[in-house]
Design a protein around this ligand. Structure first.
Ligand code: FAD
Ligand code: SF4
Length: 464
């Protein structure tokens, strides 16, 4: 196809489950490209000599090369190219905010819309998984050295894979009973099926990586045990930022107030009310406080758990919402009701101490604050109340102190996150850290980028 013809092609839409049907099931919302749709979208890529898209990818995937392989109907080659830089493409193809990364840099964006890079990545990864194709990867001979990873989220998994490929004997220690971190306990099934995460983790096990679950580092074992008793030459701490944060609202102690972490873990990981034994309170009306991806996941989960009225209460406007635009659109299509410029002031409860409503105050936007977003200012005498039986607070998370408290030699910043040097090494020689426990709550691909980059540094440290 010549350039002129390519330029006439519109971005291919992702097929999706019907909004009415999907708002009462946990099946995946986005259905993935068919072979025809993928070929059509791949044709839109201009195979730029200097591909700007690549500079927007934190793990540096050779984007035009894999898209060109799709166009040439060589999916094995496309998979080999992607897996060279990214071990979890079925996951990143689904949850990465491509619109702010590779796709934001795509030259086609200026004239019409960017190439749908994320959907094409997902297509190739799904094809490889469904056809049992194992992408070619260079594996070094065992080097006799042991590396320990704390936490099995995207940072830990990526670092483990990179070190295993370099010949290390790698063990991941995970506090929960299942590996995967937020991919498993936070992001709901309707965005990221757990079967996919499990299969990606199995690929890692095939590289020889051992995963020890129910092992809380700082309690079950200490960092000192790993480094000085158990013979690990280096440790990577990737324990995430999973500590729930509450707003300290009046009435927060009522029955029926959850942090988004607890709510999502009960619903996703423990399959509460869907065959699991873990209980989860439900209500006809549920109010979720927050405007990020976690708030969208919570409110859409509440809808699927039977809420007739699922509300988002967000103190700024729609423009300022940090959630992905696609997630907001999906939530709206599923019937979620958005109250923008509305800040909760009190949780109301009945005579049994159970949540029965929430009081809010209307806001207007003032000057931009430190985050660059316009700050909300309360409007006097603008209070209103919403009836609801559950309140879910999705206002962010903090660093979990379990490991850091038990390891006083680890230097932390004022928010409790681990401080590292430019090579990702902490204040303890040989102990590195990355992902959310260093950055604060961030993204899957940034955590993976850390895991990849820091594996190189750990290797250099072990060979110095
Ligand atoms: P985590 O994924 O948090 O993994 C850390 C792991 O370490 C956990 O399994 C934890 O149990 C374990 N651990 C903690 N302490 C210990 C210990 N002492 N010993 C042993 N193990 C320990 N990002 C996106 O890019 N796109 C999205 O759509 C998106 N949606 C999100 C939705 C939700 C609900 C949440 C909560 C986050 C979302 N994010 C999203 C953010 C993203 O998931 C995180 O930035 C990413 O998972 C961080 O990876 P990590 O490996 O650093 O930590
Ligand atoms: Fe293709 Fe866009 Fe990357 Fe150019 S910038 S190579 S058009 S995806």
């Amino acid at each position: 196809m010549d350039l002129k013809e390519k330029m006439t092609l519109e971005r291919t839409a992702m097929p999706e489950q019907d909004p009415v049907k999907r708002s009462s099931n946990f099946l995946e919302v986005s259905l993935g490209f068919t072979k025809e749709l993928a070929s059509k979208e791949a044709c839109r890529c201009l195979n730029c000599k200097v591909p700007a898209c690549r500079t927007g990818c934190p793990v540096g995937i050779n984007i035009p090369a894999f898209i060109s392989a799709i166009e040439n109907n060589n999916l094995e080659q496309a998979a080999d190219i992607i897996y060279e830089s990214n071990l979890l493409p079925s996951i990143t193809g689904r949850v990465c905010a491509q619109e702010n990364q590779c796709e934001s840099k795509c030259v086609r964006k200026a004239k019409s819309s960017s190439v749908s890079i994320g959907s094409l990545e997902r297509y190739v990864a799904d094809w490889a998984r469904e056809h049992g194709y194992t992408p070619k990867a260079k594996l070094a001979e065992p080097n006799g050295k042991k590396a320990a990873i704390v936490g099995s989220g995207p940072a830990g998994l990526t670092c483990a894979a990179e070190l295993a490929r370099k010949g290390y004997d790698v063990t991941i220690f995970e506090a929960l009973h299942t590996a995967g971190g937020v991919l498993m306990y936070g992001i709901p099934e309707f965005r990221l099926p757990k079967e996919i995460v499990t299969k990606e983790i199995n690929q890692l096990k095939a590289l020889g990586v051992k995963i020890v679950c129910n092992a809380v580092i700082g309690q079950t074992y200490t960092i000192d045990d790993l480094m000085n008793k158990d013979g690990f030459s280096t440790v990577f701490i990737a324990s995430g930022a999973g500590l729930p944060v509450f707003q300290n609202l009046k009435g927060e102690g009522a029955k029926g107030v959850y942090s988004s972490n607890e709510y999502l873990t009960r619903a996703n990981l423990m399959k509460a009310n869907r065959g699991g034994v873990t209980p989860l309170l439900t209500a006809d009306s549920v109010a979720v406080i927050g405007g990020g991806n976690t708030a969208m996941d919570s409110v859409r989960t509440a809808k699927r758990m039977g809420a007739k009225n699922a509300y988002i209460l967000y103190r700024r406007g729609e423009e300022e919402m940090p959630a992905r635009k696609e997630e907001v659109r999906h939530a709206k299509e599923e019937g979620v009701i958005f109250h923008f410029l509305s800040a909760p002031t009190e949780i109301l409860s009945d005579e049994n101490g159970r949540v029965c409503g929430i009081r809010c105050q209307k806001m207007e936007l003032g000057e931009p604050d430190a985050s660059g977003r316009r700050s909300p200012i309360p409007i006097p005498n603008s209070d209103f109340e919403l009836e609801c039986g559950l309140v879910i607070e999705a206002i962010g998370t903090g660093s979990n102190p379990l490991l850091t408290r038990a390891t006083p030699e680890l230097k932390l910043n004022r928010k409790g996150y681990i401080e590292t040097d430019e090579n990702g090494m902490s204040s303890i020689p040989g102990v590195f850290a990355g992902g959310d426990i260093v950055r604060g709550a961030a993204t899957v691909i940034l955590a993976m980028g850390d895991g990849k980059r820091i594996a190189e540094e750990m290797d250099k440290f072990c060979n110095a």
